[in-house]
Design a protein around this ligand. Structure first.
Ligand SMILES: [Zn+2]
Length: 146
């Protein structure tokens, strides 16, 4: 047995029906035996979303991809802000010095020029561009630096 969510093209009713197999559905459909429970029309199609009985509820519950993406990006930004040290324009210098063991590894983020990025990549220093959506606001410089 196979269950299909069906929708009526005539009255837009949505309902579910059981068939012996997908072939049984096809052959009953061909013979116009698959009919709308509401209006009796044979203009019934398999609905894309299943189950289709509570369409409005299902639609409300379906996550909005844009919202999900924004939530994900917000988490990524928080993660960077909390765990990564902002080193500003000395990123290339810091990354290189960690790579060559001149200082302990720690997660950092900062700014690089295109030339610096190219040089780092040629030297094999692991660094990846942070997508703009994942980039937290630049922290205010600490007073003790001056
Ligand atoms: Zn109908």
């Amino acid at each position: 047995m196979i269950r299909y969510a069906l929708s009526c093209k005539a009255c837009e009713a949505e309902f579910e029906a059981w068939f012996a197999s997908s072939g049984a559905y096809e052959s009953q459909k061909e013979k116009r035996q698959v009919r709308c429970l509401d209006c009796g029309s044979s203009r019934v199609e398999k609905a894309i979303m299943a189950p289709a009985v509570k369409t409005t509820k299902a639609k409300d519950a379906a996550p909005d991809p844009e919202k999900l993406m924004e939530e994900f990006a917000a988490k990524a930004r928080d993660h960077v802000a909390e765990n990564f040290d902002y080193v500003g324009e000395s990123f290339a210098e810091e990354a290189r010095s960690m790579f060559y063991g001149e200082q302990d590894h720690r997660p950092i983020w900062g700014e690089t020029t295109a030339e610096e990025r190219e040089a780092l990549s040629e030297e094999g220093v692991p660094a990846a561009p942070l997508p703009p959506a994942f980039t937290p606001p630049v922290p205010k410089p600490k007073g003790r630096l001056n």
